[in-house]
Write a protein that binds this ligand. Structure first.
Ligand code: DQA
Length: 144
């Protein structure tokens, strides 16, 4: 059976393409999904990409990743990255590897973005490369 990679996206990422394009680029989330799907096909993987503005959905989906046997999770938790101990606990609660992803480089931005509860629990982090951050994270996930 084809291994699936969950690509979970948090608040405001539904607005990608329109939202601060100088920071996040012009690709929409659908554009990113298409690029990931093309590359995943080459790698013999499937992508399940989701977005929610609600913290609890992200937590439920992390649990589902383990329950449903996803090979790995790429997680861009948006601003929840910097505030959510519940996401930290959820990532630590599952054995499925989670890779933290950001389009921008939070460490080069506002000081309130320097704290990452996701990064403290994740297997690793890729940030600062726009859409390419997702692509690089997929390469990493394929090799885990
Ligand atoms: C982001 C970075 C976060 O600080 C911000 O709140 C986002 C997007 C990124 O992909 O660069 O919503 O996760």
């Amino acid at each position: 059976m084809t291994d699936t990679i969950f690509v979970l996206n948090g608040p405001n990422l539904n607005l990608l393409g329109m939202r601060e394009p100088d920071i996040y680029g012009s690709d929409t989330l659908d554009d990113i999904a298409g690029k990931l799907e093309d590359r995943a096909r080459d790698l013999g993987l499937a992508i399940d990409l989701r977005q929610s503005n609600h913290e609890g959905h992200l937590i439920d989906w992390l649990h589902e990743a383990q329950g449903g046997g996803a090979k790995a999770v790429l997680l861009n938790a948006g601003a929840f990255t910097h505030s959510s101990i519940a996401l930290y606990d959820a990532i630590r609660s599952i054995a499925t590897p989670v890779i933290e992803v950001h389009l921008s480089n939070p460490l080069a931005r506002d000081s309130f973005r320097h704290q990452s509860f996701v990064g403290r629990a994740a297997r690793g982090t890729i940030s600062g490369f726009g859409t390419l951050s997702y692509m690089l994270a997929l390469e990493a996930a394929a090799r885990l």
